[in-house]
Design a protein around this ligand. Sequence first.
Ligand code: SF4
Length: 355
Amino acid sequence: MAGVYISYPFCAQKCSYCNFASGVFPKELEPVYQQRLLDEIRTTQWMFTPETLYLGGGTPSLWSLPDLEAVLKMVPGAPWREATMEAAPGSLTAERVSAWQQLGINRVSLGVQSFVEREIRRSGRKHTAAIVASDLALLRQHGIDSINLDLISGLAEQTRESWEESLDHVLSLEVPHVSVYILEVDEDSRLGAEVLLNGKRYGARDIPSEDQQADFYERAVERLAKSGIERYEISNFARPGAESLHNLKYWKLEPYLGFGADAHSFDGQWRWQNVEEVKDYAFGAPPPARTLADVENEKYWVGLRLSEGVLAGNRFSDQISKLVGDGLLERQGDRIRLTSRGVLVSNEVFQEFLE
Ligand code: SF4
């Protein structure tokens, strides 16, 4: 079954660690973007009826309700089996949550990242642990119980104690799904670029070491598992049955269509990606080029992200034997999967499968 991803790239601030094509843009850009998005969806030949919908970006929880409704009305398949809204803590109101629920949104992913105020402020965010708790209460009052909380290991000033504090909050809120990301240091985020330049802005000198970040991640794996929230993908953890149906499509190589700036699509055979710059997208960049997917190959570096691993075929048998010998992959019957150590160096493992 297929999914739909729609990007709303507008945010109230640009967070220091964020490497997405999102941010604060001139107000006048938004109606142009909205029109372009409607045009893109309207002119799509739907070769399937989507069963999942994912609103990301960006901060789609800030989307004006009439504009959001206009977009969702054009997507076939409502009510979707799973329809997720990514939300910034503090952006929820009773009016918004009620409207989302009526539009078919039945899952919300809150980009919390940390419950510790000094880490939140250093990232450029404004919420508090109390705001997150009241957002959750509001969602539950409106019947939205399928909730994800995002955490990042590696924020400026994060310590073992503060990480435990964030995990305490996550566990006390009793959500069915948690995502734990390790800070990505690259030129696409202000913090990442500052770290690469050995600068000190955005707390670049106060981020935990890579070893500490890995320790924090492993501690999250351990504490979440003890509470029945098991890792099912490198960064994703859920109670049984609460896995994200939409995100599973990416790792299981099922088709999805993406709309909006930087959105990716895969129709089961071809892949394409919309232009990354929001302004270029809004003002009508030419259609993106398509590349033929090599699904047999991709399953190794996409599907291996899943805890259940993938069926090992004859391809890459030398690389697989070597990685098993190195303790980075393990065999389970005719499947292979990452070991705990392999998860921590997954990008290096995936390199072995790139042709
Ligand atoms: S982390 Fe989220 S809220 Fe912050 S800039 Fe990136 S997309 Fe926007």
